[in-house]
Design a protein around this ligand. Structure first.
Ligand code: RFL
Ligand code: PHB
Length: 400
C-alpha cells in the first residue's frame, strides 16, 4: 500500500467506530484514511462487547457488512433476571412490539469491517506511532505520525477521533474547551471466554448476595461469563477453577446443574466507568465512540452507542460533501449527546440495581430486590427495562 498524504477524512483508530465510519463514507464516495496504533491482529484479540441493538444491526447492513452477522448471529427476544434465588424472563420481543437484539461478538463485527475495507482496497495504516492532530481549529487540519521509523503528514478536511478512551484526540483538545463528567465504580468485571455450550439459550443477569454475575455467549458452543470482583483483585489470582466455583455460587440450582465448565480461552478484568465528554466537536475534529464516552457494560450499550455516533457523523459529512449543507455536521454533538445521556443513565441505573457496593448496608439489598420484583411483575416496569435494553430509536425525542 502506498501511504497517502491527503484525504478528505483522517480517521484515528481502527476499532468498530473508525472502521464503520470508513465504510459508511466509502459507500457515499468520500475518501478516508485510517491510522491505527496497533496491528490488526491485536485489535481482533480484544474480547469486548457481545450484544447488538437493532439500530446497530441496521447500520452494519447499510455499511454492506451484515451478511455473516445474519448467518451466524443469534437473535434473542428476551433475557433472564436472577435475584432472590429466582429467575424471571424479560420478554423484550413481546413488550416492545417485536424488537430483538443480536448476539454477535465485537471481534466478529470488527473482522467483517476489516475484510470489507481490505476488499475495497481502502487505506488503513496499522502500527502508526506517535499520531498527533494539528490545526483542527482551521480549515486545513493535518495529522502527523511515524510508520517504520519514517515521519508522515496526512492533510485532510476533517479529523474523526475514533481512538477510544485512551486516545490522542480528546487529549489534544484545550482543557478550557471541554467538560468531562465521570463516575468510577468501586468494582470490576472479571470475564472468562470458553468453548463450552452456554448455560442457557438467553443471557442471565444475576443479582446475588455474593455480587453480580452475567451468563452471556458468543455462539451455541462459545460462552462468555462475568463476575463482579473487587478492583484490588489481580487476574493471575483467578484460576479457571476458582472462577467456575464462584460463578456456581451466584447462580440458581437449575443453572448450576446445567453449567458446563472448561478451560478458559481468555480471561481479563475490566474496570467500570461512566464518562461523557461535552461537546464532541472541536472545529474540524469530531470525537466518536469510546473517545467521547464510556458506559459500564451492564446495559451492553458501549458498542451500540459508538455505532450511532458514527451514523450521525457520516450523515454530517455526507451533507457537507454531497448536499453542500453543514446543518447535520453542526447538529452532530447535540444529536449524539441526547442519545448518549439516555444510554448512560440506563447503564448506571442497571449497574446500581445489580451490583453489591462496598458502602451498602443491608437495606440496599432489600431496595434492590423490591425494585427488581416490581420490574418483573409490572408491565410498565418490564417495558421500561425492555425498551432501553433493545435500544431507543435513533432519533428518540429529537425534533428533526
Ligand atoms: P475502541 O474499540 O477502543 O477502538 C479505538 C481504537 O483506537 C486505537 N488508538 C489509536 N490509534 C492511533 N493512535 C492513537 N494514539 C490511538 N489510541 C488508540 C486503539 O488501538 C483502538 O484500536 O473504541 P471504539 O471504536 O469507539 O469502540 C467502542 C467499543 O470498543 C466499546 O464501546 C465497547 O467494547 C465497550 N465494551 C463493551 N460494550 C458493550 O456494548 N458490551 C460489552 O460487553 C462490553 N465489554 C467493553 C467491554 C470495553 C472494554 N474496554 C474498553 C476495556 C469490555 C472491555 C474490557
Ligand atoms: C458480553 O457478551 O460480553 C456482554 C453481554 C451483555 C452485557 C455485557 C457484556 O451486558
Amino acid at each position: 500500500m502506498t501511504i497517502p498524504h491527503t484525504t478528505q477524512v483522517a480517521i484515528i483508530g481502527a476499532g468498530p467506530s473508525g472502521l464503520l465510519l470508513g465504510q459508511l463514507l466509502h459507500k457515499a464516495g468520500i475518501d478516508a484514511v485510517i491510522l491505527e496504533r496497533q496491528t490488526g491482529d491485536y485489535v481482533l484479540g480484544r474480547i469486548r462487547a457481545g450484544v447488538l441493538e437493532q439500530v446497530c444491526i441496521d447500520l452494519l447492513d447499510e455499511a454492506g457488512v451484515g451478511e455473516r452477522m445474519h448467518a451466524e448471529g443469534l437473535v434473542h427476544g428476551g433475557f433472564d433476571l436472577l435475584f432472590n434465588g429466582q429467575r424471571h424472563r424479560i420478554d423484550m420481543h413481546a413488550l416492545t412490539g417485536g424488537h430483538n437484539v443480536m448476539v454477535y461478538g465485537q471481534t466478529e463485527v470488527t473482522r467483517d469491517l476489516m475484510h470489507a475495507r481490505e476488499a475495497a482496497g481502502l487505506p488503513t495504516v496499522y502500527e502508526a506511532m506517535n499520531v498527533q492532530v494539528h490545526g483542527f481549529d482551521s480549515t486545513t487540519p493535518s495529522v502527523t505520525y511515524e510508520k517504520d521509523g519514517q515521519k508522515h503528514t496526512l492533510r485532510c478536511d476533517f479529523i474523526a477521533g475514533c481512538d477510544g478512551f485512551h486516545g490522542v484526540c480528546r487529549a489534544s483538545v484545550p482543557r478550557n474547551a471541554i467538560a468531562e463528567y465521570e463516575k468510577v465504580y468501586p468494582f470490576g468485571w472479571l470475564g472468562l471466554l470458553s468453548d463450552t455450550p452456554p448455560v442457557h439459550d438467553e443471557l442471565i443477569y444475576v443479582n446475588s448476595p455474593r455480587g453480580f454475575a452475567l451468563c452471556s455467549q458468543r455462539s451455541k458452543t462459545r460462552s462468555r461469563y462475568y463476575l463482579q470482583v473487587p478492583l484490588t483483585d489481580r487476574i493471575e489470582e483467578w484460576t479457571d477453577d476458582a472462577f467456575w466455583q464462584e460463578l456456581k455460587l451466584r447462580l440458581d440450582a437449575p443453572a448450576r446443574e446445567h453449567l458446563v465448565t472448561g478451560p478458559s480461552i481468555e480471561k481479563s478484568i475490566a474496570p467500570l466507568r461512566s464518562f461523557v465528554t461535552e461537546p464532541m466537536r472541536f472545529g474540524r475534529l469530531f470525537l466518536a465512540g469510546d473517545a467521547a464516552h464510556i458506559v459500564p457494560p451492564t446495559g451492553a450499550k458501549g458498542l451500540n452507542l459508538a455505532a450511532t455516533d458514527v451514523k450521525y457523523l457520516s450523515e454530517g459529512l455526507i451533507g457537507h460533501y454531497q448536499g453542500q449543507s453543514d446543518t447535520d455536521l453542526d447538529a452532530y454533538s447535540d444529536r449524539c449527546l441526547r442519545r448518549i445521556w439516555k444510554a448512560e443513565r440506563f447503564s448506571w441505573w442497571f449497574t446500581s440495581l445489580m451490583h453489591q457496593f462496598p458502602e451498602d448496608s443491608p437495606i440496599t439489598a432489600k431496595f434492590q430486590n423490591a425494585e427488581l420484583d416490581y420490574i418483573v411483575h409490572s408491565q410498565a416496569g418490564s417495558l421500561t427495562m425492555a425498551e432501553n435494553y433493545v435500544g431507543l430509536p435513533l432519533d428518540f425525542g429529537q425534533p428533526r
